[in-house]
Design a protein around this ligand. Structure first.
Ligand code: NAD
Ligand code: UGA
Length: 447
């Protein structure tokens, strides 16, 4: 089957590569000429585990190609995916569909034979119907079906998530489109991955409702972590105990500095606007949006508080600035709230992140970028862990203690155990964990 993916970003590139791996013939289109040039040479513009190898292998087998020629790519395809960005619109937070409209226009101008047009971009409920209307306005004789096929992959484990998803959701109204989508996903269906067919609107809403529910779990556990700090309970055990109930589930109950990334913040906000448009407000999600924003903003104050209320002229070593591990993506990362707030109070920031420097350079001015954790830590007045990269779980604690000016560690991801840090001689603060001493601040002090 011939597939064209329009938009070769995190989702388009991963989806296209995985469809090629399934054996389909895939063309990825992007309007960014530099990106297409790099991809054609096997240079991957993003960091995503396993992606580079799969792109190279499938390009060599001639199943995956890259182009800026959108017209040709549209006219050849059986299935055309729209995988462009849908950021929050400036000023109001509603999903900005201008890229989707741009691509719909191009499809309307270039479609020559029947094709399924599938949205993989996260689009508000009703967008599929708007695409149908738009295409019919361009040319009433076009032969096509529009389906919604939302994507649930996570950055950092995108290939695995795409190849072994919990489910595939397809919103489609025509038997012809349903048959084609079945064919497209046959390699997954053989592995008994469930596929749920719904109407267009339902599939569109499943995507937003899923992201909003996961974001709610995180905001919920973060507030419970705050309560733990006040009442000498241990959030790790609370999450574990809750998660043992299969109706709740153990996933997405890890407290931290607030959720970031290109999707939860934008999709929760956009969903609240959609709901208001339909005069069916989502007060729970509105609260989640507010709660997460406040959390990200509050973390810097907590750090300042545990550093005796003053960070002026003090050096803070930061480990991890990406919004989660195993990605270079900095979009909406909590570090973008925390670091500038500390800098505004006079702190000097030394950073190490395994992949974050490329994106972070422009976003975090005036920080000193270091090539390894120990260089960042040397001479610092405290160490703050913002992102839980795996390598931060095996730091040489004795070496860190020697390198730090004062042995203060603020672990925003609960990587370490309070007892082991106390034993190693640190004044250790983490999130929502039972303290051995009365609490001085809303971060828990272990020594
Ligand atoms: P991205 O910004 O990484 O990539 C979008 C790409 O589209 C860019 O390369 C851009 O140049 C290209 N583009 C824009 N307009 C174009 C046009 N007219 N013609 C050709 N190319 C064009 O975005 P992303 O993170 O891949 O997200 C894409 C969509 O997928 C969003 O709606 C997002 O919510 C959704 N989504 C993202 C993830 C994720 O993990 N990033 C997961 C699931 C769903
Ligand atoms: C999320 C969803 O998990 C995907 O299913 C979805 O496809 C994607 O959004 C999307 O629509 O783009 P992603 O943002 O890549 O994926 O990463 P997550 O693993 O969900 O993490 C998001 C944020 O939540 C990160 O900042 C992470 O640190 C935070 N998080 C996650 C927590 O603070 N606690 C948790 O328990 C889990």
């Amino acid at each position: 089957m011939r597939i064209t993916i329009i938009g070769a970003g995190y989702v388009g590139l991963v989806s296209g590569t995985c469809f090629a791996e399934f054996g389909h013939e895939v063309t990825c289109v992007d309007k960014d000429e530099n990106k297409i040039q790099s991809l054609s040479q096997g240079i991957i513009p993003i960091y995503e585990p396993r992606l580079e190898t799969l792109v190279k292998e499938n390009a060599e087998r001639k199943r995956l190609k890259f182009t800026t020629d959108i017209k040709a790519a549209i006219s050849e395809a059986d299935v055309i995916y729209i995988a462009v960005g849908t950021p929050n619109r400036r000023g109001d937070g509603y999903a900005d569909l201008s890229y989707v409209h741009e691509v719909t226009e191009a499809i309307g101008q270039s479609l020559r034979k029947y094709a399924v047009i599938a949205t993989k971009s996260t689009v508000p409920v009703g967008t599929g119907q708007k695409i149908i209307t738009h295409l019919k306005q361009i040319n009433p004789n076009l032969e096509f079906d529009v389906v919604s096929n939302p994507e649930f992959l996570r950055e950092g484990s995108a290939i695995e998530d795409f190849m072994k998803p919990d489910r595939v959701i397809v919103g489609a109204n025509s038997p012809r489109a349903i048959e084609l989508m079945h064919e497209l996903y046959r390699p997954l269906l053989i592995q008994e991955v469930p596929i749920l067919f719904t109407n267009l609107e339902t599939a569109e809403l499943i995507k937003y409702a899923s992201n909003a529910f996961l974001a709610t779990k995180i905001a919920f556990i973060n507030e419970i972590a705050d309560l733990c700090e006040k009442c000498n309970a241990d959030i790790q055990a609370v999450s574990k105990g809750m998660g043992m109930d299969k109706r709740i589930g153990e996933k997405f109950l890890h407290p931290g500095p607030g959720y970031g990334g290109s999707c939860f913040p934008k999709d929760t906000l956009a969903l609240t606007f959609t709901a208001k448009e339909f005069q069916s407000p989502l007060s729970i999600i509105e609260t989640v949006v507010r709660s997460n924003k406040q959390r990200k903003e509050s973390i810097a104050h907590r750090i300042i508080e545990v550093m005796d209320g003053c960070v002026s002229e003090k050096t803070i070593a930061v480990l991890g600035v990406t919004f989660k591990p195993n990605t270079d993506d900095m979009r909406e990362s909590p570090s973008l709230d925390i670091i500038p707030a500390l800098q505004s109070k006079g702190a000097k920031i030394h950073v190490y992140d395994p992949q974050g420097q490329k994106e972070g350079l422009a976003l975090l001015p005036e920080v000193k970028w270091c090539l390894d954790p120990y260089t960042a830590i040397e001479g610092a007045d405290s160490l703050v862990i913002i992102t839980e990269w795996q390598e931060f779980g095996a730091l040489d604690l004795a070496r860190i203690k020697n390198l730090l000016n004062s042995p203060v560690v603020i672990d925003l991801r609960n990587i370490y155990q309070p007892q082991e840090m106390e034993k190693a001689g640190f004044t250790y603060y983490s999130i929502g964990r039972a303290s051995v001493k009365p609490l001085k601040s809303s971060l828990v002090k272990a020594a």
